[in-house]
Design a protein around this ligand. Structure first.
Ligand code: ZN
Length: 209
């Protein structure tokens, strides 16, 4: 049996499928023959060429996303082999997934917990916070569009504050608090969706305003 060599993925050597030269895990194209390489198992920060930190520079993320979209654009692979077209398409998917996941602070936080092996093992049933209970009560009682609009606004503010709190506890690696805030944010997201749905049901179908 071969000895198992414990190398983290970044230290592993990869071979170009076309010319068989050694490449780094991050190489999207071979620097010897120029062939596009398959999507490697790197984390989403690396995928987007971003420094690995919870406070992401969103403008840089968008710039890198635009550059990667150009790099893997369908038209650039028109006269390439089917294999290369397939690789390009897989890269586009992986880039899109990483971009969507990192751009959103809540999904980025969840991913951050996973990268740090600190995600909650199971969603512990916890007592709702006073604010969430109050918002639920308001939801039950709200019968007018204006009351629901106000509630949606209030819930939106709670979500924004929750995100700020989430990022601040992640910065100091307070994983327990982060998991707690995340589950509160889940509750708030569910609530705001319900509020919008109820608001929608109160809007007359042919309302032009
Ligand atoms: Zn090559």
């Amino acid at each position: 049996m071969d000895k198992i060599i414990d190398l983290s993925v970044n230290q592993q050597e990869f071979l170009c499928w076309s010319c068989h030269e050694h490449l780094s895990v991050r190489a999207m194209f071979c620097n010897h023959c120029g062939s596009i390489q398959p999507v490697r198992d790197i984390d989403q920060f690396q995928r987007m060429g971003m420094e690995k930190k919870i406070d992401l520079d969103l403008q840089a993320l968008e710039r890198n996303y635009a550059a990667l979209q150009r790099t893997f654009n369908v038209e650039r692979f028109m006269i390439r082999s089917q294999q290369e077209k397939t690789y390009a398409s897989k890269h586009r998917e992986a880039v899109q997934m990483a971009f969507d996941n990192l751009r959103d602070p809540i999904s980025r936080s969840r991913y951050w917990l996973m990268l740090n092996k600190a995600e909650a093992k199971e969603s512990a049933t916890q007592q709702n916070s006073a604010i969430i209970s109050e918002l639920h009560m308001m939801y039950q009682e709200a019968a007018e569009p204006s009351a629901l609009d106000k509630l949606a606004q209030r819930t939106g503010q709670e979500i924004e504050m929750g995100i700020i709190r989430l990022l601040s506890v992640l910065r100091v690696q307070d994983w327990d608090s982060a998991n707690k805030v995340l589950s509160e944010l889940d509750e708030l997201e569910t609530l705001i969706a319900a509020v919008r749905e109820k608001r929608q049901s109160l809007t007359p179908q042919n309302d032009k305003v």
